[in-house]
Write a protein that binds this ligand. Structure first.
Ligand code: BG6
Ligand code: MG
Length: 222
């Protein structure tokens, strides 16, 4: 059994189900360019920053466009995404997410957000959970995309915690790789068959109560 002092959370797909809106917006980009994305392609786009995701989409279609056109396509995708999430409410958080964050904080466990999304602060505000994080690291603070560990290392640093004290909660393969590259343990949120590199996989934060039985225990240090 290991005791951890800090919990670092990805946002999209862990706290709120925005992954579906990201993918729908990229599907429209592909359609505009004359090709389609397969369901399996969604996994490749999770966790990676906006411009990297665009490059992945263009690679799938075998399409090359100018730098200016890349900027336009990314801005257009973001406008569609922002429109899609503009009406989200606290009711749309993934099951157990708010309750788990509150229970960790009640026990004095440090919490940080580590998201590649530049829309993260707006989403936290709409979900009314900004106050549940001691530190917020998003895509506008750190530009290196997961699997680069920078976003989580910056989170740990902001909390004053060592990587070995942190548990990362992630739904993306790139995010799990980022946690490991930063020397942190990774709890996968999703399917064990997909998140094969995670240390432990649970279906969602509603099941986080089972982590202590799997050797992951938090201690308060606030
Ligand atoms: C991540 C998503 O959280 O944020 C990715 O999993 C997305 O799919 C990335 O590409 C960047 O998001 P945004 O909102 O800055 O375009
Ligand atoms: Mg995610």
């Amino acid at each position: 059994m290991t005791d951890y002092r800090a919990a670092l959370f990805d946002l999209d797909g862990v706290i709120v189900d925005t992954a579906v809106h990201h993918f729908a917006a990229w599907r429209q980009t592909a359609a505009e360019l004359g090709f389609s994305l397969a369901d399996e392609d969604e996994e490749l786009l999770k966790g990676v920053g906006r411009m990297d995701a665009l490059r992945i989409v263009l690679g799938i279609g075998g399409v090359e466009v100018s730098e200016d056109e890349q900027q336009r396509l990314a801005a257009e995708k973001n406008a569609r995404y922002v429109e899609a999430i503009s009406t989200i409410t606290p009711d749309e958080m993934l099951p157990g997410a708010r309750e788990y964050l509150v229970s960790l904080r009640d026990r004095g466990v440090l919490t940080a957000l580590g998201s590649a999304s530049r829309n993260a602060p707006m989403i936290l505000q709409r979900l009314e959970i900004t106050d549940l994080f001691d530190a917020i690291i998003d895509g506008s603070v750190v530009s290196e995309a997961k699997p680069n560990p920078r976003v989580f290392l910056a989170g740990a640093e902001a909390l004053g915690a060592a990587p070995a004290d942190c548990v990362v909660f992630e739904d993306a393969i790139a995010g799990i790789q980022a946690a490991h590259a930063g020397g942190m343990i990774a709890v996968g949120i999703g399917e064990p068959e997909v998140l094969t590199e995670a240390d432990v996989v649970i279906p969602g934060l509603h099941a986080a109560g089972s982590l202590s039985a799997q050797g992951i225990e938090f201690v308060g240090s606030r």
